[in-house]
Ligand binder design. Sequence first.
Ligand code: ACO
Ligand code: HSE
Length: 401
Amino acid sequence: MDWQTTADAVPASIVTEARAQSLAGRAPATGAWREGDPVGDRRFVHVGDVPLESGRVLPSVRIAYEQWGTLSPARDNAILILHALTGDSHVVGAAGPAHPSAGWWPGIVGPGLAIDTDRWFVVAPNVLGGCQGSTGPASLAPDRAEWATRFPFLTIRDQVRAQLAFARELGIERFAAVVGGSMGAMHVLEWAVMAPEAVERIAVLAAPAASTADQIALNSVQIEAIRADPAFRGGEFYEAPDGEGPTRGLALARRMAMLNYRTAAELNHRFERSWQSDLDPLGGDGRFAVESYLDFHGNKFTRRFDANSYIVLTQAMNSHDLGRGRGGIDAALARIEATSLVLGIDSDRYFPLPGQAEIAARLRHSVHGPTPVLVSSEYGHDAFLIEDDAVGAALSALLDD
Ligand SMILES: CC(=O)SCCNC(=O)CCNC(=O)[C@H](O)C(C)(C)COP(=O)(O)OP(=O)(O)OC[C@H]1O[C@@H](n2cnc3c(N)ncnc32)[C@H](O)[C@@H]1OP(=O)(O)O
Ligand SMILES: N[C@@H](CCO)C(=O)O
């Protein structure tokens, strides 16, 4: 199938009754993109049924994506970018009616940047289970009602299987590079093992070879924060009579996650002990600036994300184990043939450096030898989204190899 002609914007006429009500003014129960919403730069491909590791089959899967640059006649200049937990296909570009947030990697992808769109054809799909256009819990199942709690448990490998089908639909047999940070890097590792013939280079930024007990624990309390919100209704909140979704639980999960993504040093340095209001501590509400910062990010997040999607994607991250069924992590890493970049951040308390050191030590074709490229940053895990100079230089070295 021709990649240019498979892109089909969902017709505006496909508007569910529930969505029509929310468009008519009722508060939306989810921050997910839904049929009938503005499409913006999104394109869609239908990849059919996706068989899952669990033995179930997810039918009629749709993948949303965006693209930049021009695919060469030989189709040999494509780069696949895979986003982190709460990212989406909007890697670069403005916020607007179709995109609640501006692009998340504007300093890395674009003309003249590390991933130079004058040279490379860049394509970025929204992950399976996500909520910005790809099939996920807020999408309509074949019976035209939301999947909600009927949506299956997904693994990182299930999501990569959908991405492989997506690449086939685009007609791209081999990527010059598959690049991702955090959850996206878990997908990158699986690409390198599941489809070595389709991957020339990989960039693994700030992720482990397998989620550790500590990481699973940090993730699981966030899931529980969502489930404890009465408005979660066991996951069946899309048709709630009052239109309310589990925004309190989702915002709390995001606040907790932000503490994994940033560092004590940054928060202490940036906010000190300052109060949010000039009136504090004498007549204000006792709120510290750092609390306000977390509230801000928690609340903003609920406007762009779906609580069921957050659970599905977090569980997928917990499932991550490159060595499962492959004789262990070392054996799986030894199978990787791609030219590789592994990057870690010295202050990352979510996916700490030893996780990347384990990967780098086992890869045979690393552009920087047996240790990860080290990014020194105060920002912690989120540094892969913020430290454009260091991350860009490492990516340039990989792509010039
Ligand atoms: C790979 C992916 O795709 S992940 C998706 C991208 N990630 C996200 O969007 C996560 C949410 N965003 C973030 O975590 C960050 O904005 C990053 C990582 C993208 C960039 O980090 P930074 O540039 O350091 O932004 P920072 O965390 O300081 O947030 C800035 C916001 O906090 C607000 N803020 C700062 N202090 C306070 C405070 N005391 N009270 C309330 N709000 C505050 C600012 O007004 C600013 O608002 P804006 O986003 O509307 O401009
Ligand atoms: N800020 C990133 C961190 C997770 O990698 C996100 O929200 O997806």
